[in-house]
Design a protein around this ligand. Structure first.
Ligand SMILES: [Zn+2]
Length: 102
């Protein structure tokens, strides 16, 4: 007799992707939830966007601020600016997920 139990998301009742669930506070309630529910939660995404805006702006000022202040806008900035903001966003999401993984 198989006594193993499959843990399911307390929000959507589906099993976690690759069996992984995360202990997260969603909508003010501490839940064991799947990654799909985390990415659907506006609070988690909004927090990471705020971190990305603050950290990305600081990184942009350090790395490309002098160039922009000289009035230049080299074409490389077209891909550097989005990367400067996407990187802290992904790090923030990854940090939240890795600390909440169960
Ligand atoms: Zn779920």
């Amino acid at each position: 007799m198989d006594t193993s139990t499959v843990l399911t998301c307390e929000r959507c009742r589906r099993p976690g992707v690759n069996g992984t669930l995360y202990q997260m506070q969603l909508d003010g309630v501490d839940l064991l939830c799947c990654i799909r529910c985390i990415f659907k939660n506006r609070a988690v995404i909004f927090r990471s966007v705020k971190i990305a805006l603050v950290v990305g702006t600081i990184l942009f000022a350090f790395n490309q601020g002098d160039i922009v202040l000289r009035g230049e806008f080299p074409s490389a900035l077209i891909w550097k600016i989005p990367l400067t903001y996407i990187t802290p966003f992904l790090v923030s999401i990854w940090g939240a997920l890795s600390s909440a993984k169960r």
